[in-house]
Ligand binder design. Sequence first.
Ligand SMILES: [Zn+2]
Length: 449
Amino acid sequence: MQRANAITLTKLRPLQGQCSWGARGLHQAEKVLLTNYVWKIGSNSALLAGKERWVNGSIPLFRDDVPLSTVALTTVASLLLPQHQGWNVPRLCELFQSSTVSTIRGIEIPRFTSSSDSLLWPFTTSGQYTTKSGYFFLSRNTDICSMNVPLNLKFFRILWGLRIMPKWKIFLWKLCHNGIATSANLSSRGLAISDTCPQCNLAPETSQHIFRSCHLATILWQSGHLGIHSNLNPDVAFQDWLIAWGRNKVVFNGVVQDLACIRSLVNQGIQQHFTFLAQPISKVHAWSADSGPPGFLFAHFGASFCGTPQAYIQVDGSWTPTSTLAGIAWVVDHISSHNRESQGSCIIAPSALSAEAKACLEALIWAQGHGLRHIMVYTYCELLVQGLRHQGSQPNTIAWTLDDIRTIGQQAHELATHIRISKVSRLLVQQAHELATHIRKGQIPFTAF
Ligand SMILES: [Zn+2]
């Protein structure tokens, strides 16, 4: 699901007649996925307010005294003031309960940019669908994921964390779920083959047989030089895999393995394992590479930075989950006059992140209005700066606010001025933080200090 403008979704063809488990599974998954996307409201939304999921992933409930015809015809656009001025609060109060009104007022709408409604996948921060989040979501809907019986969650947690080749992990996962193509498994699924073990011809070839009771397996488990008696040796999984490899050659190539051949495969596997271990560990979860050292994470707009800025502006938002009201504040240090002035206001924000982003936007609008052109903005919020730097992975909840900040940044570029928004330590935004908290607690509408 793409965020921008992807209002139509490609759907699977309807099921006809008899179909496979795979096809049925896909359709079931599609149904679950399609009924879970949500809307992000654009600047002139034609969505029907009583029909679509646009308020925190839900369809808002209208007040009991609102006529059904009004419920059926009210568009989201009709709840907004003209010229990007925000929500039409009196109109919202006519139609919805006060808690819903608060929630709607927390939804961001574009200030400067024109954006259309877009579909969001609600289980990722960016709103973009990922296989991981889809799997996570489906695995929590029990009937759809019968394969996900928690056989032994701890075991799998350890398995996925082991530093062994991914193919070994997957093999073990398959083995635990009886997903190996043994003769007994294939035969029970309707393939016209014998289910007998081709190595010994003594028993059905089940996973249990090839890995435990077949004579070849018994010899391999007992064989000392493979080192499988040591709990410290990671080669256990490796041997399981090799036995299967040998077995596959028997079944599919018609070659019966002897012990010497399997031992040679074991040695090959050990070599592969050491080659794998010699590779450096990928640092996917490490500190992101473009952050640089602390203090060097920033988003820059406009002309290249030269000399001293006209002003340093600390911005901060103060938010608590128990109240929808947030305080936002900015403290401006003018360089030439050594003056300091402070500004702030109380807003409705659904999250701390939203409050931080709004504080930054309002400070920039204020600075523009006061003729400040070369400015350095300090924020404590790393997500805000990262979002400004990488539009593709920005948090969807502040997408419009970030777009508005970029619009101001674009103007700085056209005027050959510059704005730099830097992630700094909490200490450097302390005054703005104290002011924002003061404003939130006092519920102060708009103040200059
Ligand atoms: Zn056997």
